[in-house]
Ligand binder design. Structure first.
Ligand SMILES: *Cc1c(COP(=O)(O)O)cnc(C)c1O
Length: 427
């Protein structure tokens, strides 16, 4: 790994974590569809089960195809280790359940992917994980939401769906002042655009279903451990700092100081709770990573072109894309992601909800899908779909009123995308 780490992003995106298969020489990482892995001796079996040795045992806890994806994404993000998981949603679930117990409190950005907001509300109702929502774009108010009971902060680096870029360094300072881990959902940015660990994030996660998989084929997630938070002796995080009696009294923070959060996510999150990622989905997501550095610039330049075109269109009241120079969030784009803030944004139509629905019905190149971040351009009405469960006033505050349409810009020719929107906006 050490020589690998000197390589640049594109080389790492193609190679990190992979080598020719020692058994066969296969150059592509093989798809190991085996849920069991033979132990060499009874002692080796017992050591692997007891976390005294690393190795594969049963596929619920990890598999060799997923392991390459884990090394690849951990390297691209600058983390020490990673854990593949069934979906982006389950990545957030496992992170919250690893850090928190019933009655614990955390602070989350109020602008997040709709599914994350829904999960957080449900966990509060049913399992008493108390969440305080605050606007991550208003730093003073955000810090005021943090109390001495707060055990974690959760934000998105680029907000789904507004495209706003969050001041990661400032929020990381808040987390450090209060000595709590910062969790960053980096799905919309991908490590190509932003690497949150460089700004102080402790845990990064992704939905692999979006730009990393990149082709609209897989549901998957991954958790990356920065390996920097000092859990040792910190009673607020018992899974990390207290003995696991059923594992011979092992203390993860002491035994695995660089990788404790990843180990906890694997042993508790995958072995106990069970939401592993299938090797097949790891295989497809791994293929996606190998072109990430080629796809992202095209996603972003197409998004910039479509946003600019819509901003000048007479039927459009407002475009949220912070890549546009006059957008209030543009200074943070320049600082954190000078190539542009990803390829997902919203637009408000002068004709209101009826105009949004007409646009969605009329497009021919865009597809009407709930997904984002794939080769094809996608369109949806968040207020009646992805964000329908939000209270209407919160939805409005998050910039998702009934007159708002969400776009995810794909890899087609930008001129065909703007032409498609033009014909669809004519009535
Ligand atoms: C899609 C998405 C998720 C959830 O991921 P799934 O793979 O769909 O479960 C989480 N965060 C963001 C920002 C997303 O866009």
């Amino acid at each position: 790994m050490s020589s690998e780490c000197k390589n640049r992003f594109a080389t790492l995106a193609v190679h990190a974590g992979a080598a020719p298969d020692p058994a066969t020489g296969a150059r592509v990482t093989p798809l190991y569809l085996s849920n069991g892995f033979a132990f060499e001796t009874p002692e080796a079996a017992s050591d692997i089960f007891g976390l005294r040795k690393s190795g594969y045992s049963y596929g619920r806890g990890g598999n060799p195809t997923g392991a390459v994806l884990e090394k690849r994404i951990a390297t691209l993000e600058g983390g020490t280790n990673a854990v593949t998981i069934a979906s982006g949603q389950s990545a957030l679930l496992v992170i919250l359940l690893t850090l928190l117990q019933s009655g614990d409190e955390y602070v989350s950005a109020n602008r997040l992917f709709g599914g994350s907001l829904g999960l957080m509300r449900r966990l509060e109702e049913r399992h008493q994980l108390k969440v305080t929502f605050a606007n991550p774009l208003e730093l003073d108010n955000f810090e005021k939401a943090v109390t001495e009971r707060t055990k974690a902060i959760v934000i998105e680096s680029i907000v789904n769906p507004s495209g706003d870029v969050v001041d990661l360094a400032a929020i990381s300072d808040i987390a450090k002042r209060h000595n709590i881990p910062l969790v960053v959902d980096n799905t919309l940015a991908t490590p190509y655009l932003i690497r949150p660990i460089e700004y102080g994030a402790d845990i990064v996660f992704h939905s692999l279903s979006k730009f990393i998989g990149g082709h609209g084929q897989v549901i998957g997630g991954i958790i990356v451990d920065a390996g920097k938070f000092n859990w040792a002796g910190d009673k607020r995080y018992p899974l990390l700092s207290q003995p696991w009696e059923d594992y011979g009294g092992i203390v993860l923070a002491d035994k695995f100081p660089q990788t404790a959060f990843g180990v906890a996510s694997r042993v508790y999150g995958m072995r106990d709770l069970g939401p592993g990622l299938s090797p097949f989905n790891s295989f497809l997501a791994l293929t996606g990573t190998e072109t990430l550095h080629l796809r992202m610039p095209r996603h972003v330049s197409n998004a910039q072109a479509v946003a600019r075109h819509l901003a000048a269109h007479p039927a459009v009241a407002e475009v949220s894309y912070p890549g546009l120079e006059n957008h209030p969030n543009h200074p943070l784009v320049k600082r954190y992601t000078p190539e542009g803030p990803g390829a997902v944004f919203t637009a408000r139509l002068k004709g209101g909800e009826a105009a949004v629905k007409r646009l969605i019905s009329n497009v021919k190149v865009f597809s009407h899908l709930a997904n984002i971040g794939e080769t094809r351009s996608l369109i949806i009405h968040p207020a009646s779909t992805t964000h329908r469960n939000m209270p209407p006033e919160e939805r409005l505050a998050a910039g998702l009123g009934p007159d708002v349409v969400r776009l995810s810009i794909g890899l087609e020719d930008a001129l065909d995308l703007t032409a498609d929107l033009d014909q669809a906006l004519k009535d």
